[in-house]
Design a protein around this ligand. Sequence first.
Ligand SMILES: [Zn+2]
Length: 353
Amino acid sequence: MKKIITDIVDFLNINSNTGNTLEALQWIKKKCNELDIEIFFEQNGNILAKKQNLAASGLVLSGHYDTVKGDIKVELTDDFIYGRGSSDMKSGVLSMLYAVSKATILSPVIALTCDEETDSSGANLLKEMVKDYKYCIVCEPTSLKLCTAHRGRTVYKLVLKGERVHASVSPMNNVFYELSKVLSFLKTFPNKKNDFLGLETITPVSVKSYPDIYNVTPDKLELFIDRRKTTSINNFEEDLEIIRNMFDKINLKNYYIEIDPNRKFNTLSYFCKDKNFINIAKKSMKNLKLDCNEYPFTATCDGSFFGEKLPVLILGPGDLSEAHTKNEKVNIEQILKSVELYLNINKGVFNGL
Ligand SMILES: [Zn+2]
């Protein structure tokens, strides 16, 4: 059995759901040491590393070693490794480490974060430190398909103001009737479509009333709306303007809408526009007889933040549809191929096309 496979099994046996990643960090440090990888920056469990005694090639390999909760028995079969984080994305992390340890002339830089599954503070810290490198691959599970774009995700808070009166009075301006107008409208909201990333969505997900008691009508309702953008915009205000213009059509009375202030980071949709980087990746994929077409990444990831500073592609072992499930697993052949692929792309980056 190849060492990388037994290492992944070992790594999966360490629980590392977000907020509980210290032991996994210690394991990574030990593994870096064994693989001649030097860690040159560390803060709050987020690290930057490269092959000892080699200069940086300009390629950043990014990954996260936190996982969502829910233990799954770690199992190894002929073709798969099962376990929480096997696909999202401890196999990707080990593939990055092995690729760097095998680098000979110039080394990719590894950017590892420990909180991607919650608020991506790690990526927001590291993006500033890697901004002068040339390109970034986020090694999230894409079944080794080249993903050149991903959706954005924002949570908006819509506030509707009403009038607090005794429930027995039953006034017609009960703010819940305003809410019902909003909900019916959201069902038929004319969402835009992008040919590559598909139809965007606007989905009510939660509601709070103030006061939250049974004998009066509330004077305020807050509706939380999950927004997945697939079309290209430059900032969140542009999208808010689209939504406000739509709400004008239903004559909402007393309302305002804003980005949910309790959510730390939101993301815009992202499209990699660097043709040179895409071609380097495609050439390497062709060398390894992999599918060279471009695909969308339907989830969001740390790439949303690194993409603000340098061109990003998403490419890694494991199937995204398995991530976070009870049956999470990763295909062993994909892991071995991804190590070769990252090395090959690294050469393409410093040799140029
Ligand atoms: Zn992930």
